[in-house]
Write a protein that binds this ligand. Sequence first.
Ligand code: SAH
Length: 372
Amino acid sequence: MSGLADIPLVEEGRKVNLLDLDRKAMEAYFEALGAKAFHGRNVLKWIHKHGVTDFAAMTDLSKKLRAQLSAVAEIRVPEIVLEQPSRDGTIKWVLELDCNNRIETVFIPDGDRATLCVSSQVGCALDCSFCSTAQQGFNRNLSVAEIVGQVWVAVRRLRQPMSNVVLMGMGEPLANFDAVVSAMNIMQDDLAYMLSKYRVTLSTSGLVPALRRLRQSSDVSLAVSLHAPNDPLRDQLVPINRKYPLGDLLPACREFIQGDKRRKVTFEYVMLAGVNDGDVHARELIRLLEGTPAKVNLIPFNPFPNTDYRSSAPERIEQFRQILLRSGLMAITRKTRGEDIDAACGQLVGRVQDRSRRQAGRLQMSAEGIGL
Ligand code: SAH
């Protein structure tokens, strides 16, 4: 979590963006300015509870403090450049960041629930074979302001609170650890979005050391992108498995929820026809998850250009689910939402100035493939 050391009062002539600061950092910042910490808490409330970005409107701060703040700080929120509503009520926003980078945020209404799916990186470095974000390559981590700013923008735009936030957009949240933890602190803060630990869910492909650290830094719900019941298959689908295989991942998952009998880890499992969707895979999955308080989320594969994967048929998914249910495993099939606007799981691409050279590599491969 950010301490005072990493908050310069003025960064190279640039103003400090207060949207980057969680409660602790905000208190430290105000103390460094020579003000009282509680003013920092008030500002946190102005920004996130009231949506105020203009210091002049923060009437419980002295004129002098407001003037001081205007000189050294600002509240800069991400800018929506495109809003796409889906037929099913889902809304996708494209947010413009610096240097031509764009990320996507998705609002998913469902009955009483208002869920926001937020991105944590511009692109992703992990290269899962069935995910279109991976094809975009990777540019950089998002800042705290850019992560929590997605919540800020959604709440203001829709004039309604979010009931749930899932870190399931572009990027691997645990690869951007500090910023993600601070942003989640703000989501859970009573002075901001007041979301309980059951209503903020971090999804990871399984960065085991970071997952262990997360338990010390943050109390949120955990989803893990499993997608395969054995190492050889998972190595293919989720290449980070070669570094952190299932034998490391599952104990870390159990540890994460240890001590809270009501908690379960959600395991995401994308249903790929002929790849991981057989009865044998279901039975293997049951054995793998034995002893781990788990629920399984089956996700029909969402297609994107240039992929050879196909989704399992609905009957296959249901058959798979029934096998899990019969063993006592809780399993649901995730409804596909926002498909018509490319906002479904694995379809978020934004615009990424790739620095991983993945796109270049792919283009080269496809050029070779067609004999160029
Ligand atoms: N990097 C994190 C956060 C992304 S969450 C993670 O891997 O968990 C997005 C979820 O959608 C993940 O479970 C991901 O594996 C899944 N997904 C990716 N591509 C998909 C696709 N084409 N169809 C369905 N689900 C997909």
